[in-house]
Write a protein that binds this ligand. Structure first.
Ligand SMILES: [Zn+2]
Length: 493
């Protein structure tokens, strides 16, 4: 219950120069957990039978059952192998005065106290002004939040793995700094191409399905240093029965962008080289490639509905083709710009009964920043004509893109509170919103859509899914109010 980082504030208020030559650097460092194959059963089956208890038998003898618990979906999903590596991938951007590091991990989420720990371990010589530590929210990687252990009241977090993960993240930042080169940023967008690859499982139907892309080119030799790609979808196309560690569709997307997209053995579209990094935008409310949504292989036309690696691959290939095609026609090239940054540390009330319990029981090992309050963080920054806003969890797209409802049956008799939409308050020509940044506080739900108590909106018989995984109804109003002030300030800088 104590504060893990007493007095910590990430607050910044930096005014960038009008224009200055930019540098960029990238890195990719693995964070794959060790998944002992001895956790397969005597017959070589990958399923863990919980009736075996803490000891189990394998081909080589007994062992204490101490598996990597996979996060997302239900409890008791013991990893039984690795399909593809998990990564900490970093883009560093520098205007000669301010150096930003954007690190994204293939992970379910990382709590703010762990992010603070990582920052404290980034060596001073790396010269990083502000690091943004983001997770993709893959539902096929290790538990980092404590929710997916053997039982709901047993944390699934392996402390040794967290230690390893944090040192790899630091390594990723340091390497990206070493790799910095004078750079040209090419901005591309595809606002419509990827709509069919994601479903919205909670009304109203509002998406954040535009693809936004920054490709960094080495000014010296014209090679691609790397690219940053933002879209919004839960990386859970593999769904809840997969027991192999994987970053899900982002794996195939990144591979396709870097190395080319293949139609069988034939390259259909060459890749850019460099290091591709994938970030999620507004994935709340709930952006997912649901098992009922069919995904088509872009070349064979074969349709995949049931969750499988083939389906995640088809999705990744489609996304990679869209990204590469958009990169062929950049909207703007930036070789000099000033970086402006505003960061605020916030103390958010914990209203959710289960979160209170989790905090009291220590299942959420993040400490508190006051009585039933947790420290979290938001930031806004600008690199020339490109605006960014970061949010600490899974924000409902209505808050970002507009369309918040206030329907009969809602719990609070209020009009939409989180207006205007965040993206409308941003003024850059290109507007990147990054979710799960520097924290994972759960769903960020419009207050006027909060719907725990009967009667329910849309004539529902029961409460919709979402509120049980949110800090509370005041979370979105607090975040929106702060973002509004910060974006106003950013524009005055
Ligand atoms: Zn989620």
């Amino acid at each position: 219950m104590k504060d893990h980082s007493p007095g910590y504030k990430a607050d910044l208020n930096i005014i960038g120069p009008a224009a200055f030559p930019l540098k960029a650097g990238f890195s990719a460092v693995t964070i794959t957990p060790e998944v002992p194959d001895r956790w397969t059963d005597a017959d070589g089956n990958a399923e863990y039978d919980p009736k075996d208890g803490d000891t189990f038998t394998d081909g080589n003898g007994n062992g204490k059952f101490d598996p990597v618990w996979i996060a997302g979906f239900g409890n008791r999903r013991a990893a039984n192998g690795v399909h593809d590596d998990l990564w900490a991938r970093t883009m560093v951007i520098d205007d000669g005065r301010t150096r930003l590091a954007i690190v994204v991990l293939d992970a379910i989420g990382l709590m703010n106290n762990e992010v603070i720990d990582i920052r404290n371990n980034i060596p001073t010589h790396a010269g990083v002004t502000y690091s943004i530590v983001v997770t993709t929210h893959t539902h096929e990687g290790p538990d980092l939040l404590g929710l997916w252990g053997k039982t709901p009241i047993k944390s699934g977090v392996d402390k040794e793995y967290v230690k390893y993960l944090k040192s790899q993240v630091v390594e990723s930042v340091v390497t990206a700094v070493k790799n910095m080169k004078p750079a040209i940023l090419k901005i591309s967008e595809d606002m419509t191409g990827a709509v069919s690859l994601v479903r919205d499982t909670r009304m109203p139907e509002v998406f954040d399905s535009g693809l936004r892309i920054i490709r960094a080119i080495d000014r010296g030799n014209g090679n691609t240093l790397g690219s940053l790609i933002v879209w919004a979808d839960h990386p859970e196309t593999l769904w809840g029965k997969n027991l192999l560690i994987t970053s899900d569709f982002p794996h195939y997307l990144r591979e396709g962008v870097e190395k080319g997209v293949y139609d069988g053995d034939k390259m259909a579209k060459p890749g850019t080289g460099g290091i591709a990094i994938y970030l999620n935008g507004a994935i709340g409310g709930l952006m997912t490639t649901h098992p009922t949504l069919a995904i088509r292989d872009p070349f064979t036309g074969e349709e995949f509905t049931e969750p499988s690696f083939k389906k995640a691959e088809a999705q990744g290939k489609q996304l990679a083709m869209l990204v590469l095609n958009a990169m062929d026609n950049p909207l703007e090239e930036i070789d000099s710009a000033g970086i402006s940054v505003i960061v605020r540390t916030l103390s958010l009330p914990i209203d959710n009964k289960m979160f209170k319990l989790g905090t009291l029981l220590g299942i959420f090992n993040r400490g508190t920043s006051g009585w039933m309050k947790m420290r979290s963080e938001i930031s806004v920054f600008k690199v020339g004509p490109v605006s960014f806003a970061t949010l600490p969890g899974e924000v409902y797209p209505e808050i970002i893109n507009g369309g918040i409802e206030a329907l009969e049956g809602r719990d609070f008799p209020v009009d939409p509170v989180e207006v205007p939409p965040v993206r409308d308050m941003m003024t850059g020509k290109y507007r990147f919103v990054i979710g799960l940044a520097n924290d994972e506080i759960g769903y960020i739900i419009p207050k006027s859509a909060w719907d725990e108590k009967a009667p329910y909106t849309y004539g529902r018989e029961e409460s919709p899914y979402g509120e049980e995984n949110s800090l509370g109804p005041e979370t979105a109003p607090i975040l929106h109010r702060n973002l509004k002030e910060m974006l106003g300030e950013l524009e005055r800088l």
